[in-house]
Design a protein around this ligand. Structure first.
Ligand code: FAD
Length: 451
């Protein structure tokens, strides 16, 4: 018999229990469904990454990967009928969209074929870890203790041979040309190369160096983890096998736990993809209208006049990635200097980030906005100048992404208005006065909290 393996966020052959389950069931027809609505909305770097992953999978499946365009609830049942498959294998998707989509596919398959879920994209599947009384954790640290105590499975073996079935498909999506822009290399092999280099040379210094956007000190595993070119359980096993220990290893493991934590939060509270996790700030007011739209556009284009914010937003547009510290600074700027609702920024990030992930992104935004888990510090307003001076101490990061400022040396680049009477040609004036907006933000938060 033929079994369909429907690849979604598991674009790999190694350590893929759902694929092994498909192989047990028969000849495997590898399928990827390209939803044009999602594809069209994605930024070029995201398209580039996905197209690269699919090209690699196509080769790894002896050229048999079937790509079909359309809504999964139409495409998957039609293909199952066409090839007489009795089972469609997937890795479980626990996000709100994935759950709905899979329920719709299951319904459309009816009695023709069964949707078989095996595993999840997380070290510990969402919903597994609870407090003693069975309720979900609302705070990270106790969750992370339980998470470590619970542990995770060993990676599944890479199938040595799979008998791939054949069906007609459409052309693989084309990767947009990104010119000379340096972007993350897509695919399973690239994930392992990048990971090995990080594990060999950088993980031990991770705790000290991870806040530096000017240096390449983080693992860059986020897009790989999102699309499943590597599974976190493989990373955790490699860390254990490496025999390395210390604060770098500990902090890195904790970061992987944040990813599981936010997925767990979203599993229990799917509405928090949009709604405030902590309703205390529900009554908050925001700037809207023409001026707000112009401010938003300046933020999105990297033309706020604050060098570190502009560098980060331009990096996002060009590469589809941004350093964690820069995500916090740019998000804080939109929410607390421009007084706009976090949901607007989160939507923009989701379109452009290659690693755009509903749970990590939207809860990252909620954390910055003070509406999320972990008694968030709503009163913290990042100062874009001092943050830049601290974390990009030589100004190299700013000069890399903001060519107008390349003539300014060292950390002075964070305050170009102090260097000369006129700003360098083409660089915008600051769109707001940070000191003033900080006061406005604190006032808005105090009002919303009823104080
Ligand atoms: P590393 O520092 O090497 O971390 C290793 C891995 O741990 C990451 O790949 C990621 O899977 C996980 N991780 C690290 N920090 C976090 C965190 N705060 N929350 C959840 N997981 C984490 N991460 C995404 O994967 N997708 C997103 O869409 C996303 N949006 C964000 C939006 C905002 C406003 C903020 C503040 C953070 C966001 N993050 C997101 C978290 C974090 O910024 C990225 O995971 C990280 O920058 C990716 O780079 P890296 O792989 O080199 O990270």
């Amino acid at each position: 018999p033929t079994a369909i393996h429907w690849f979604r966020r598991d674009l790999r052959l190694g350590d893929n229990p759902a694929l092994l389950a498909a192989r047990e069931a028969g000849d495997v027809l590898p399928l990827f469904v390209l939803d044009p609505a999602i594809w069209e909305k994605s930024g070029d770097p995201r398209k580039h990454f996905l197209a690269g992953c699919l090209a690699e999978l196509h080769e790894a499946t002896d050229g048999r990967l079937v790509v079909r365009h359309g809504k999964p609830q139409d495409v998957v049942p039609a293909l199952a009928r066409e090839v007489g498959a009795e089972t469609v294998h997937v890795a479980g998707d626990t996000g709100p969209y994935g759950r709905q989509r899979d329920a719709a596919v299951e319904k459309a398959l009816g009695d023709d074929a069964e949707l078989v879920r095996t595993g999840s994209p997380y070290a510990v599947a969402p919903g597994t870890i609870t407090k003693d009384d069975g309720t979900p954790f609302k705070v990270f640290t106790p969750f992370s203790r339980r998470w470590r105590d619970h542990g995770w499975h060993d990676p599944a073996a890479r199938p040595r041979k799979v008998s791939w079935a054949r069906a007609d498909g459409e052309d693989l999506p084309e990767a947009p040309d990104l010119g000379d822009t340096e972007v993350l290399e897509p695919g399973e092999a690239a994930a392992h190369r990048r990971w090995k280099a990080f594990l060999d040379d950088r993980i031990e210094g991770y705790d000290d160096e991870r806040n530096r956007p000017d240096l390449d000190t983080t693992s860059r595993m986020s897009a790989h983890l999102h699309f499943g070119t590597v599974h976190p359980r493989t990373l955790l096993k490699d860390i254990a096998d490496s025999g390395k220990s210390g604060t770098g290893v500990e902090t890195y493991t904790t970061e992987l736990c944040w990813r599981d934590f936010y997925a767990d939060v979203l599993w229990h509270r799917p509405e928090t993809a949009r709604e405030y996790y902590n309703p205390e700030l529900q009554g908050m007011t925001y700037c809207t209208g023409k001026q707000a739209d112009e401010d938003f556009d300046a933020w999105a284009a990297g033309r706020t006049g604050f060098p570190v914010v502009d560098a980060a937003m331009r990096q996002l547009l060009a590469e589809g990635w941004m350093h964690n510290r820069m995500r916090m600074i740019t998000a804080s700027f939109l929410v607390k200097d421009l007084h706009q609702e976090w949901t607007r920024g989160a939507r923009y990030f989701m379109q452009h980030l290659v690693d755009g992930d509903l749970a990590s992104n939207n809860h990252g935004w909620q954390w910055v906005a003070g509406t999320g888990t972990d008694a968030a510090p709503y009163f913290r307003v990042f100062n874009p100048v001092s943050q830049g001076q601290k974390f990009d101490p030589d100004g190299d990061y700013v000069r890399r992404y903001v060519p107008e400022l390349r003539g300014i040396e060292g950390k002075k680049v964070h305050e170009p208005w102090e260097v000369a009477d006129d700003l360098p040609e083409g660089y915008p004036e600051r769109i707001v006065d940070h000191k003033h907006e900080r006061e406005v933000a604190l006032d808005r938060y105090a009002k919303a909290r009823g104080r």
